[in-house]
Design a protein around this ligand. Structure first.
Ligand SMILES: Cc1cc2nc3c(=O)[nH]c(=O)nc-3n(C[C@H](O)[C@H](O)[C@H](O)COP(=O)(O)OP(=O)(O)OC[C@H]3O[C@@H](n4cnc5c(N)ncnc54)[C@H](O)[C@@H]3O)c2cc1C
Length: 317
């Protein structure tokens, strides 16, 4: 474990930290050390970091708000880039859309784009949209994490998701070290997934619609209230642990019916408010969460013959 002095020297110009415990950077509040961890503030810094990692032969792991990941107890080898400081002004870039609308019909002429750096909090983008009376993001109320992470996970709620509003993204290819702007038409989204091999999302452009009804913020807070009353939002978790299986009731329903509400492994526990949330009651480690998740899967399989698939991404050794 750990990296050599020579490699440390290569990263001397970055504000890097070694053997940094990852629990601070994940909403589960668990995770062993990252060999080398950096929180870059600019796109240029990210490109320089990735270039240096490539020269040093280090694997690169990217994390946004860490709200959908479980970092193992042994931690992450190589370079970890945490993107929460990659933010700036959220720009309103109306009326451009990609693709540009062919005719200024009433629907498209109300369109407005918001562009944010990938580390911007999704909540900040939602509030910004509300202040400008831009509709399209109200469903995202209460989803923590960054806008880049939300695109990568195709985060969704209340019947909508990021794929509905992403106009384009700027991506750094980790192999060629080149950046490219990818329009929505070239992106492959599916349930809680964007297909993006070996790339870092640097910037996101959303297409929203200007409204004069003044109800955007109202709707946002209504959704937030629903979330707060149905999910254990104040406890350490990574949101829904499992994907809802296609064609069946929600994973939470299946887990509850399998009798797993309140099941625990040390300080990891299945929430009694929402059975698809595994929560860290304080001193859980990643292996407790993984063991409990395994028990949940087994119980659901035994009762329903359904194999739940993880929505939370396990990262590390
Ligand atoms: C209380 C709570 C409620 C939640 N509710 C919801 C919900 O209603 N709906 C929902 O969909 N999710 C929900 N989540 C899960 C999570 O918040 C979302 O998936 C969120 O969008 C993840 O963003 P993040 O920045 O934290 O991503 P991270 O957890 O940091 O990363 C997720 C994945 O994306 C990759 N990644 C992150 N940023 C980038 C980037 N810029 N470029 C390339 N790859 C990147 C990471 O490598 C990782 O594989 C909830 C989580 C919690 C804790």
């Amino acid at each position: 474990m750990g990296i050599s002095r020579d490699i440390k020297k290569m990263f001397a110009s970055f504000a890097s930290e070694t053997d940094k415990a990852m629990d601070r950077y994940t909403s589960f509040r668990v995770g062993g050390p990252a060999d080398l961890l950096v929180l870059p503030q600019t796109r240029e810094e990210i490109i320089a970091l990735v270039t240096t990692a490539q020269k040093a032969g280090l694997p690169v792991t990217v994390i946004g708000g860490g709200t959908n990941v479980l970092v193992t107890d042994k931690g992450i080898r190589g370079l970890v880039i945490v993107l929460t400081r990659l933010k700036g002004q959220i720009e309103q870039t109306s009326p451009g859309m990609n693709p540009e609308p062919k005719s200024p019909d009433p629907q498209t002429s109300n369109r407005v784009c918001l562009t944010a750096l990938a580390g911007e909090r999704l909540g900040s983008v939602c509030r910004h949209a509300g202040n400008l009376n831009l509709t399209g993001l109200e469903w995202a109320a209460g989803i923590p994490g960054t806008i880049g992470g939300a695109v990568m996970m195709n985060a969704g709620s209340f019947g909508s998701d990021m794929s509905q509003i992403v106009s384009e993204i700027e991506v750094l290819d980790l192999t060629t070290l080149k950046t490219a702007v990818l329009p929505a038409s070239g992106l492959e989204f599916s349930y809680r997934k964007l297909v993006l091999e070996n790339g870092i999302i640097l910037k996101v452009r959303l297409g929203l619609v200007k409204t004069d009804t003044g109800t955007v913020t109202e709707e946002f807070y209504r959704n937030l209230k629903t979330k707060q009353s149905t999910q254990p939002v104040s406890q350490a978790s990574a949101g829904c642990y499992f994907k809802n299986p296609p064609g069946f009731k929600s994973a939470g329903f299946l887990i509850e019916q399998a009798g797993m509400k309140n099941a625990r492994c040390n300080d990891a526990m299945v929430s009694d408010l929402h059975a698809n949330f595994i929560i860290n009651q304080g001193n859980a480690c990643a292996s407790d969460i993984l063991n409990l998740a395994d028990q949940v899967k087994k119980s659901v399989y035994e009762k329903f013959g359904i194999n739940l698939k993880e929505e939370v991404k396990t990262i590390g050794n």
